[in-house]
Design a protein around this ligand. Structure first.
Ligand SMILES: *Cc1c(COP(=O)(O)O)cnc(C)c1O
Length: 392
């Protein structure tokens, strides 16, 4: 074994497939071509001013400068309890049912280490956010993917899960509104998830990254509003997308008190909590009226409509999503995810994400992110209209 060889666990991570695509993008840029990226989902607008002001005040207070506790400040836990009651009609005990996380990604990764041993299975939606499969692999466990297909409304077919996988499963990762498919949860699905979790003793982890980012009047529920959900599950609520706070690393885990205690126990060995000034900024974010969020959603909805209309013009069948910052669409006849993404890059100098990046069931799809400024996204769709010709 050489000095710098990675661990077997890191070696077991799937190889990064898109080095070639990134090389092509870099080549184009080096040639002076103006490449527009609609790849990454990272809000382009600044964090709302009332949150920045609360942060400025909090950071000037020496009372926020020392090690935070992983339990979090009272103000943070109480603000989440108020928010969950007002927004979702869910009662959260601020003493035992909520603690901070340093972003949803940290939380999901560490939940894998808190609950999975070698031989255990984590059930993960495919396509899905990469940590749902990467976290279990790094924890020495096995991810088993549940295909999300349009015919099934982009929810897993719970009756089709392999019985052996169900027997070994300790975690089930779900996420609605869904990245990357933009799907929202169908009526009755969360109820069926609670039943499944009870029957097979699986902890449900609902990644609620997009509940505040919705369109056409759709209001997304919390998983915890489902009867019995708190007995079998937790929800990870990230402020990243809905509050334009991706750089702040701010989230919370809510729900089952025993599961949260186990996560807390793991974390006391790993990190030293969320900066208290960020916790106080989160209080300002959660307590504020919805105006800023509604304005942001109006911007995304307009961009979504631009993208959907351009895609239809080039022969791509697509339904406008009711939530998230993504449009997910099938590639035209005769293309794979990668070959279509390469065509759009070559012909329009626009970067979109191959669906296969998010798991095997993403093959045949691509994802466009709406987090590019209006004039750039307009330019990108004009180029696609002009240069990406529909099949004859
Ligand atoms: C963006 C995203 C996250 C990231 O959340 P952080 O709080 O920024 O770590 C988590 N889950 C999904 C599905 C996302 O799309």
């Amino acid at each position: 074994m050489a000095l710098t060889d990675p661990s077997k666990r890191l070696e077991a991570m799937p190889p990064y497939m898109f080095a070639e695509l990134e090389r092509r993008i870099a080549d184009k840029k080096a040639q002076g071509i103006d490449v527009i990226s609609l790849g990454i989902g990272d809000p382009d607008m600044p964090t709302y001013p009332h949150i920045v002001e609360a942060m400025q005040k909090a950071v000037a207070d020496p009372g926020t400068h020392q090690y935070p506790s992983n339990r979090g400040r009272d103000e943070f836990r109480e603000a989440f309890a108020r928010f969950y009651r007002r927004r979702f009609g869910v009662e959260i005990d601020p003493e035992s049912e909520v603690i901070p996380a340093i972003g949803a990604k940290e939380c999901i990764y560490n939940l894998c280490f808190a609950f999975l041993d070698p031989g255990d299975v984590a059930l993960a939606a495919d396509p899905g956010y990469p940590v749902y499969t990467g976290g279990p692999i790094l924890a020495g466990a096995e991810p088993v993917v549940l295909p999300l297909v349009p015919e099934f409304g982009f929810v897993p077919d719970l009756d089709a899960i392999d019985p052996e996988a169900l027997r070994k499963a300790r975690l089930l990762f779900l996420n609605y509104p869904n990245n990357p498919t933009g799907a929202v949860v169908p009526d009755g699905f969360f109820e069926r998830v609670v039943e499944l979790a009870r029957e097979h003793e699986i902890l449900v982890v609902h990644d609620n990254a997009y509940s505040e980012t919705t369109y056409d009047g759709y209001v997304a529920p919390s998983f915890l509003a489902t009867p019995g959900a708190k007995e079998v599950g937790v929800e990870v609520f990230s402020l990243s997308k809905g509050f334009n706070m991706t750089g702040w690393r701010c989230a919370a885990i809510l729900g089952n008190a025993d599961a949260i205690k186990t996560y807390w126990r793991l974390k006391t060995n790993v990190d030293s909590g969320l900066f208290e000034a960020v916790q106080l900024a989160a209080v300002a974010a959660l307590d504020a009226p919805r105006d800023s969020i509604d304005e942001m959603n109006a911007i995304y909805q307009r961009r979504r409509d631009l993208v959907v209309s351009a895609l239809r013009d080039i022969g791509v069948e697509v339904e406008p999503p009711k939530g998230t910052i993504y449009v997910w669409a099938p590639v035209p006849e005769g293309y794979t995810s990668t070959s279509f993404v390469e065509k759009v890059l070559e012909e329009a100098a626009v970067v979109i994400s191959p669906g296969s990046m998010y798991g095997p069931s993403g093959e045949g799809f691509f994802r466009i992110s709406l987090t590019t400024p209006d004039e750039r996204i307009t330019e990108a769709v004009e180029r696609m209209r002009e240069h990406v010709k529909p099949a004859a």
